[in-house]
Design a protein around this ligand. Structure first.
Ligand code: FES
Length: 294
């Protein structure tokens, strides 16, 4: 992926209809510049120059029409200013019209079946007696004893470090338990805030669901286009990108994680719940999850 620092104000590219402006250089194609600007240009070959789908209409100084464009575009299209975004490069300030793709309807509902709600995690409020000379165990061992759990020698250090702050001065907290292992303690009684999110990540769209993990109640649904589509509409193009480009896998991973993080934020805001109460999330979500749903 091109570096965002590779920009020059002389080559300002304005994308319409969003109005987004990105400074660039003549070494980048309009498709690469669109990605820097977070503007999605539909295509199915990820800039390889074979699909002919990355059509944009350019006004302003731009590079010569290439042989690939002559092969993939009709002469009337070229005359009207249509170009392939993966071939054309700006030679000065340009305006790029990105055609609207047809509005998509994202299916987020369907037939529901009955199921037993069995999240990996659970929460339990507990209280500890204050330590005294006859009971000199550490906070973690005393918490495990109180909760009837086996201490885990592989307990992550950050959990151990947070424990003493969470318990003092009230000596009361809420344990987060992952299949019999204490994986976190929150100060006070936070048992009411127990939520999980699940995502359906499709090639074209992503749908997210926020649920109350005590009752199973659905608290919100969010959906949007999968931002990986900017790197190829089909899975094969994206696999090719992940295999052939140095940071291809990282770029695709970051795109989907950023999208999920945005959805989590929106779902929590719409449902009026604190994001810190969302304890089950897919692996890779970077905000606060303490554990992942399997
Ligand atoms: S021809 Fe496929 S992205 Fe341009």
């Amino acid at each position: 992926m091109p570096s965002p620092s590779n920009t020059d104000p002389r080559f300002s590219v304005r994308f319409e209809p969003s109005g987004t402006v990105q400074h660039s250089s003549d070494s980048l194609t309009l498709l690469e510049i669109a990605r820097l600007a977070d503007v999605a240009v539909y295509n199915t070959c990820n800039g390889v120059g074979v699909c002919g789908k990355c059509l944009v209409r350019v006004s302003g100084p731009v590079s010569e029409v290439t042989r690939t464009e002559r092969r993939l575009l009709k002469p009337e299209q070229i005359e009207e200013g249509w170009r392939l975004a993966c071939e054309a490069r700006p030679l000065g300030p340009v305006t790029v019209e990105v055609p609207h793709s047809a509005p998509r309807q994202i299916v987020t509902g369907g037939v529901r079946t009955k199921f037993r709600l069995r999240p990996n995690l659970t929460k339990r409020a507990f209280r500890l007696p204050e330590p005294h000379l006859e009971d000199q165990l550490g906070d973690y061992e005393r918490a495990c004893r109180e909760l009837g759990l086996k201490p885990d020698p592989a307990l992550p250090l950050d959990v151990l470090k947070s424990l003493s702050h969470a318990l003092r001065p009230e000596w009361a907290g809420t344990a987060i338990i992952d299949e019999g292992r204490l994986v976190g303690v929150e100060p006070g009684d936070t048992t009411a805030a127990f939520y999980g999110v699940a995502f359906d990540i499709g090639t074209t769209t992503i749908a997210g669901y926020l649920h109350n993990l005590w009752t199973g109640e659905e608290l919100g649904v969010a959906s949007g286009l999968n931002p990986q589509a900017a790197y190829g509409a089909d899975v094969i193009s994206r696999i090719q990108m992940a295999v052939e480009q140095d940071n291809g896998l990282r770029v695709l991973h970051t795109e989907v994680c950023n999208c999920i993080n945005r959805m989590v934020r929106d779902l929590a805001a719409e449902a009026g719940v604190d994001k810190s109460g969302i304890l089950c999330a897919p692996r890779g979500w970077t905000s606060t999850p303490r554990a992942a749903c399997s």
